[in-house]
Write a protein that binds this ligand. Sequence first.
Ligand code: ADP
Length: 630
Amino acid sequence: MNVPSQSELEQLLKKYFGYDSFRPGQLDIINSVLSGADTLAVMPTGGGKSMCYQIPALVFPGLTVVISPLIALMQDQVSQLDEAGVPSLFLNSSLEWEEYAANMDRIRSGEIKLLYCAPETLVTERMQKLLASVKVSCFTVDEAHCISEWGHDFREEYRRIAEIRERFPDAVCLALTATATERVRSDIKTSLKLGAPRAFNEFISSFDRPNIFLEVLPKGKSAMAKQLLLGFLNTHPDESGIIYCASRRQVDELTLLLNEKRIPALSYHAGLSDEERKTNQTRFVRDEIPVIVATVAFGMGINKPNVRFVIHYDLPKSLEQYYQEIGRAGRDGDAAHALLLYSDADISKIRFFMKEKTGLELKAAEAQLQAMVDYAESRICRRKVLLSYFGEKAEEGSTGSASCCDICAGMQAGGNQFLTDVDVTIPAQKLLSAIARTEERYGASYVIDVLLGSRQQRILDNSHDKLSVWGIGKEYCKDDWFQLTKLLLQAGFIRKTSDYQVLTITQDGWDTLRERGKVMLPFVPSGTAGADDAGSSRMKFPKAGKAAERLPADDTLGRRIFEQLRNERRRLADQANVPPYVIFSDRTLEDIAVKKPHIRADLEKIYGVGETKAAKYGDFILVTVKNCEK
Ligand code: ADP
């Protein structure tokens, strides 16, 4: 099969999906799959994973089977593809038999490009027969981390995918996931037998979601927390968002409070009936209600692109969980806001529930919580802390700006509410050298004791009092050294092993040591500065900068067109019984309102309008614009 050129692939993207260019990583993954190599791609939520198999599916002569654990998402994906003019369907237990049989006929006829199914469906006899009767070009395994016990969502049935794959030696396999540590990635590769016998490529896109502004506020007592929440919501009126709470009681209490304040909000938690949960979720997804207050149970399978904020009213248990939850914001690439409220009481609550755990499991949970707390208490760029936790370095330019995080915004503003960086090159090198000289085998306390010239028995036994670094750190007290250790950890110069909390030096740390590079961090040795009073002065909720050209505030006609389009979209969506974004994204509506198309040819320039949508909704767009201009 001839692999299409980049411009041919871009034409497909434009024709079917109405986008002008690929997002970072997409093209490499698509090319890999089309070249016939098994491919594992890790891309953050909202990164645009679906396109990585949808474009190849349009090129392949045969069927692309997409294995996904979430039945709820299949309907959504198929509706969106339908709208884009890509023949696709799903087979799962939610279908009536007649529809199931009709879908099977359409697959046999060869007209279908994409078939979505759950792993349980894939392994059925009926499905096997069906697939054997057609040409299968590609198996796409979505949420591929479910295959590994080391992932956060293990599914037994995923293990059987490999055996099915073996029956289709000509089909290439693409595995996709948003979160996978090295261990999980290697599990995916082995379990799916990726690369045997064909070639294998692995792509790991950045975990960075630069359009999400990161903010943390200490929430103090309950009354202050509520005030912070209402303050935020008042500065983000009509925006769609999720508020996560640690308990059902808290969810219900906040929903009540918001409704009292005339902020339309619904609850979502395991205490509600299935019916209620489903209704509330649907109303949120369909933009009927802007805010949903939820426990962590909410979010899997929510594909809503225009979630503008995610608020954590309580501290999550781990950065993994936190990252996944904030990832539900800003999937459309537009600016979004992640606000975390936390207090010491949250930490105690999590610790209390950790008591049930023992051994290594307890240790892992403690280390995860500590990383979460370190993030919340960070004095350096939060993006750097988050990325460094996932083993990644922040890209030049993605940090430091006012739209990055509260810390960077504070620094940009030159405000005194945040601490400024100072030159810590000398103490940083002392600490890094002490870790190196003790062979990266000890925790922070021991390393610091060496710097302070302690004569503890353990240090004497190891002859570490003979090291050149012994006693060279007496200018600071132990607490100050702990503070510096934390800053170096957050900035990614050193790392802590999760089991024994041993400090090791990262590549960046070694580079700094060898090249004697300057290290700037907001270090405040005791007695030299006041504490970081993160209270009221930070309650101003800066809005993150918008990513693309937007509707100017003074374009009243544009605003009118946007509102009108939004109403019309709701009507069309209700008629078709789909969420509004399946028809057009908010971004597309805004682009129409800015560009005000008058003739069909103008539609080509609109973001997110491909040929099928132009044919189907072109008149609706042109007429709406014209009517507003009258
Ligand atoms: P993921 O599965 O990685 O979370 P999706 O595949 O749902 O992300 O994509 C997120 C959003 O980005 C969707 O609305 C999708 O249409 C959009 N998108 C994907 N690729 C592009 C692109 N190249 N240009 C613009 N938007 C894109």
